[in-house]
Design a protein around this ligand. Structure first.
Ligand code: RAM
Length: 483
C-alpha cells in the first residue's frame, strides 16, 4: 500500500449531508398482512420504524419481514428463488424481531430504496402490530441541487433522473451502486467523473478516488478493478484489462478539468505503467484472445468476445497518454509509434473490408462493443467512423449493448463522429425507455428487448441506481448547447 497516496486520498474524504424524510404510519396489521410505504423518490440511507402493539399486552415477540425496493416491480418479486452467482447477501430483505413494544427499530445497514414493504410474519392472538411512523436519514456527498436541463419534457425527465442517479452514488467515494456493490469501480468512476465535471463539480471526490486506486496498486503497478474502503482501504484481487487502462483517460480528464499538477506528477508514472502491463497481453502487435469471463469487461453481455474491443481500448488509452504527455511537454513519441503499429495491425487483423466493420475472436463476431471502441480510438477518421456506425446500426447480427455503460460509449462514438442528432435520439430512446418505465434513478442494466436481463442469474441482485448510467447529464450539457 502506498501510504503517501492513501494519506492524500483520506485528506480528500468528503463530509456527507444528512436529511430526514418521514412518512406517516397508523396502520394496524395482523399476521400475514403487509403495508407499503412510498417515499416518493429514491433514497440512500438509514431507516427507522416506530412500532407499538394494539390489543392486550404483547405476550410474544413480533416477527417482521421488511423489504427495501428501488423500483415498484421489486415489491412483488420472489427473492427467495434467486440462486445466481453473486451473493444473495445483496438482496435488501430483513427479518427482524421486536421483543419490546413500543419501540423504534433503527436498521444498522444503509439501504437504497424508494419503497419499504413490511409484512407481519408473527404476533400472537393477543395483539396486532401498529406502525406509527417510518423515517429515513438519507446521505450523499453531492452538493444540494443542480438545475435540470433539456429541451423537451422527455429530456428534462431524463436529466433529472441522471442527476439523481449520480448524487445517490456520491458517498465517501463514487460508488457504483448504493444497493450493490457499494464500492469504487474504475470504469464507473470514469463516467461519474465526466458527469460530475458538468454538474456537481465535486472534483476533490474524483481526486480521492484516483488516489485510492493508486494507493492500492500492487508492487508491479497493477490497478485493481475496484477498491474496498471498509473496514480499511484494500484492493480487490482482480483487475480488468480495460478498466486498468481507463485509469489513463480518467487521470487525463481530471487534469483537463482541474489543472492539478501535483496529482499528475504523483500519478503519471502509474498511468504509464498500465500500458507497460497491458502490453504483456499482446503477441506482437495483436492482442491475444482469452476465454476467461472477466479478463476484460466492455459490457455485461455474456456472449461478447472481447479480443478486438480490448485492443481498441488499449489504443484509446495509449493515445490519451500521448496527448497528456505532450500537454506536459514531455516526450510522447514511443507511445505514438506504438499506437501507429497497433492501429495498423488492428485494421489488418480485425477489420472485415467486405462488411466494413470490425470483427472479434475466432468466430469473427460483430458487436457494438468492438466497433464503438474502434470509433472512440479514432483508428479511422470521423467521416469514416460515421459510416461505420451507420453500417453497425444496419447490421442485424451485431451484439447490442445491454448496459448503460456500453450505451454511453455508443453515444460518445456518435458524438465524436459528428452525429449529434443521432446521439441525442439514442439517449431519448434508451434512457427515455427507463424513465417511461418509471425509473427514479437509472439502472445497471437495461435491454429494451429483454427487460428481465441479468448477467448474475437473477434480477433480485440487479441494481436500479447505477453510477455508469448517469451520463445523459454529461451529454446534455457538453454537446447539446441549446439545452
Ligand atoms: C458490476 C459492478 C460495476 C461494474 C463491474 C464490471 O458488478 O456493479 O458497476 O463496473 O460489474
Amino acid at each position: 500500500m502506498n501510504l503517501d497516496f492513501l494519506k492524500k486520498a483520506e485528506a480528500a474524504k468528503p463530509k456527507l449531508t444528512v436529511k430526514t424524510h418521514t412518512v406517516k404510519g397508523g396502520q394496524v396489521l395482523a399476521e400475514r398482512e403487509t403495508v407499503v410505504y412510498d417515499f416518493g423518490t429514491h433514497l440512500v440511507g438509514y431507516p427507522k420504524i416506530w412500532f407499538s402493539s394494539v390489543g392486550a399486552h404483547y405476550d410474544a415477540p413480533a416477527l417482521i419481514k421488511v423489504r427495501f425496493c428501488e423500483t415498484a416491480q421489486e415489491l412483488e418479486e420472489d427473492t427467495s428463488s434467486y440462486n445466481g452467482w453473486i451473493s444473495k447477501g445483496w438482496i435488501q430483505d430483513e427479518i427482524i424481531h421486536l421483543d419490546v413494544l413500543p419501540c423504534a427499530y433503527a436498521f444498522k445497514r444503509r439501504f437504497a430504496f424508494r419503497y419499504i414493504k413490511a409484512e407481519v410474519m408473527a404476533t400472537s392472538p393477543k395483539y396486532r402490530l401498529r406502525i406509527d411512523k417510518v423515517s429515513v436519514k438519507s446521505v450523499t456527498s453531492a452538493p444540494e441541487r443542480i438545475p435540470v436541463c433539456g429541451s423537451s419534457k422527455r429530456e428534462k425527465a431524463i436529466d433529472k433522473v441522471a442527476l439523481k442517479t449520480l448524487s445517490e452514488c456520491m458517498q465517501y467515494e463514487f460508488e457504483d451502486g448504493p444497493k450493490r456493490d457499494m464500492r469504487l469501480w474504475l470504469g464507473d468512476l470514469r463516467l461519474q467523473a465526466l458527469t460530475n465535471y458538468q454538474t456537481y463539480r465535486h472534483n476533490d471526490l474524483v481526486k480521492r478516488c484516483l488516489y485510492l486506486f493508486a494507493a492500492t496498486a500492487d508492487g508491479e503497478g497493477n490497478i485493481s478493478q475496484c477498491v474496498f474502503t471498509k473496514p480499511d482501504v484494500a484492493p480487490d484481487d482482480q483487475s480488468l484489462f480495460d478498466y486498468s487502462l481507463l485509469f489513463i483517460p480518467t487521470l487525463y480528464d481530471y487534469f483537463k478539468e482541474t489543472g492539478d499538477r501535483q496529482t499528475i506528477n504523483d500519478l503519471l508514472p502509474l498511468a504509464e505503467k498500465q500500458i507497460e502491463i497491458a502490453k504483456k497481453r499482446f503477441d506482437g502487435d495483436l492482442i491475444k484472445d482469452c476465454d476467461k469471463l472477466g479478463w476484460c469487461f466492455l459490457d455485461w453481455s455474456l456472449d461478447l468476445n472481447k479480443q478486438a474491443g480490448a485492443q481498441a481500448v488499449y489504443i484509446y488509452a495509449e493515445k490519451t497518454l500521448a496527448k497528456l504527455l505532450k500537454e506536459l511537454h514531455r516526450d510522447a513519441s514511443p507511445y505514438e509509434k506504438d499506437v501507429a503499429s497497433k492501429s495498423a495491425k488492428a485494421i489488418e487483423g480485425f477489420y472485415d473490408k467486405e462488411r466494413g466493420l470490425f470483427v472479434s475472436g475466432k468466430q469473427r463476431q460483430i458487436s457494438y462493443a468492438t466497433n464503438v471502441w474502434f470509433v472512440l480510438a479514432e483508428v479511422f477518421k470521423a467521416k469514416e467512423n460515421a459510416l461505420l456506425l451507420d453500417r453497425l446500426q444496419a447490421c442485424k447480427e451485431a451484439i447490442k449493448p445491454i448496459t448503460p455503460y456500453m450505451m454511453h460509449h455508443y453515444v460518445q462514438a456518435l458524438a465524436d463522429s459528428g452525429n449529434i442528432g443521432e446521439a441525442r435520439k439514442v439517449i431519448g430512446e434508451y434512457w427515455g425507455g427507463m424513465t417511461e418505465r418509471g425509473a427514479d434513478t437509472f439502472w445497471e442494466l437495461f435491454d429494451p428487448e429483454d427487460p428481465d436481463q441479468s448477467p448474475y442469474g437473477g434480477k433480485a441482485v440487479n441494481s436500479y441506481c447505477h453510477a455508469w448510467s448517469c451520463t445523459p447529464a454529461y451529454f446534455f450539457r457538453k454537446y447539446f448547447a441549446e439545452v
